[in-house]
Design a protein around this ligand. Structure first.
Ligand SMILES: Cc1cc2nc3c(=O)[nH]c(=O)nc-3n(C[C@H](O)[C@H](O)[C@H](O)COP(=O)(O)O)c2cc1C
Length: 333
């Protein structure tokens, strides 16, 4: 049997299959079933900056305003009633998962600005999390805002969060960055121990009859792996961080590809939400079988073997690939 073990953020993991941030971690029992099935770590659903700020605004509102005013900027948030308790509940859930599970539990904060809300990084650590994932989800809509300023603000945020904790920090980022290698190395200089590629953006749609914006959550398909696969391949060996690949990992093939690109772990959400823990045993068996058949002794031996610096054709990850792909189209006779 091949050695499936890997390390991620200094954590020793028995295999590279990690449950990505999702509602699965809201239920201790579901997380325990995933652990029993064989996953090596779990990332919790995110606690959002808005939830934390909302809690303090709400407190302020009751102390100073009376009940008929309400912070308008936050009115768009879902389910504001239950939001107010969210930060405390989140910390309780970190502790509950830690108590129930033997595998590492990675907390998740989701935010964009520096400020008091980042104190929750320390609280998540105190609640027992083994590491923290910081999700930098930001949509720039202001034409006056320069990319350099947006990126610097995010780098500063990473430094602020890092300075509040002693557990390892991973940063989950967007693919829509002009110079991703530069931004990734700035994040690492600011204290990121790991980079999670990528945030999956849910694009709003239009309902033509109702003339309304429609929000639909479509789960991923395996083809989506290609974007993070390409970028981890490019960044591997250039940026000194542990990489986690998320988006489109559904079968053994995607796990193996993630490793070959240079990821330390492959994170899965859609597949587990669709199929539950049933998929895990099959994935692990198939990985063992594939590695034995192809004479790989360990996952570590595989990691980075198809990265840009390792392959015979490094240009396959660059502009030349685009030209080659376009010219591969054959017109109908
Ligand atoms: C229902 C659902 C909830 C999610 N919630 C979070 C979240 O709270 N924080 C986060 O960083 N990512 C969240 N994600 C994104 C996943 O962690 C993952 O990065 C993304 O779904 C791509 O992986 P997949 O192809 O395996 O689904 C969520 C995904 C789904 C489907």
């Amino acid at each position: 049997m091949a050695d499936l073990s890997t390390t991620y953020l200094g954590l020793q993991l028995k295999n590279p299959i990690v449950a990505s941030s999702s509602p699965l971690s809201k239920h201790v029992e579901r997380a325990r079933k995933l652990e029993e099935a064989g996953i090596s770590a779990i990332v919790m659903y995110s606690l959002f900056e808005e939830q934390i700020i909302h809690e303090s605004l709400e407190l302020d509102h009751y102390l100073t305003q009376g009940t008929d005013t309400y912070p308008e900027a936050l009115s768009y948030l879902p389910d504001t009633g239950s939001y107010s308790l969210a930060p405390d509940r989140y910390l309780e859930q970190v502790s509950a998962l830690k108590k129930a599970l033997k595998i590492p539990v990675i907390g998740s904060l989701n935010g964009v600005s520096k400020g008091g809300w980042t104190r929750y990084a320390r609280r998540i650590q105190e609640a027992g999390a083994d590491a923290l994932e910081l999700n930098l989800y930001y949509m720039v809509t202001d034409p006056e805002l320069k990319s350099e300023d947006v990126e610097s603000a995010q780098v500063d945020l990473v430094a602020e969060v890092k300075s509040a904790i002693t557990i390892p920090l991973a940063v989950k980022l967007s693919p829509y960055i002009t110079s991703l290698p530069n931004f990734a190395s700035r994040l690492v200089q600011a204290g990121a121990d790991g980079l999670v590629l990528f945030n999956r953006f849910y694009q709003p749609d239009f309902d033509l009859n109702e003339l309304e914006i429609v929000h639909s959550l479509d789960l991923s398909t395996p083809i989506e792996i290609r974007l993070p696969l390409r970028w981890i391949s490019i960044l591997y060996g250039k940026v000194n961080a542990d990489f986690a690949l998320t988006s489109g990992v559904h079968t053994t093939k995607e796990v193996l590809k993630s490793m070959m690109a240079g990821a330390k772990v492959a994170m899965m959400a859609s597949s587990f939400l669709q199929n539950g823990e049933r998929a895990v045993a099959g994935l692990l068996n198939e990985m063992n079988w594939w590695m034995d058949t192809h004479e790989y002794e360990s996952i570590k031996q595989m990691q980075g073997s198809m990265s840009q610096r390792a392959v015979r054709e490094p240009a396959a990850f660059e502009r030349a690939n685009y030209m080659k792909v376009l010219s591969s189209w054959r017109d109908l006779p």
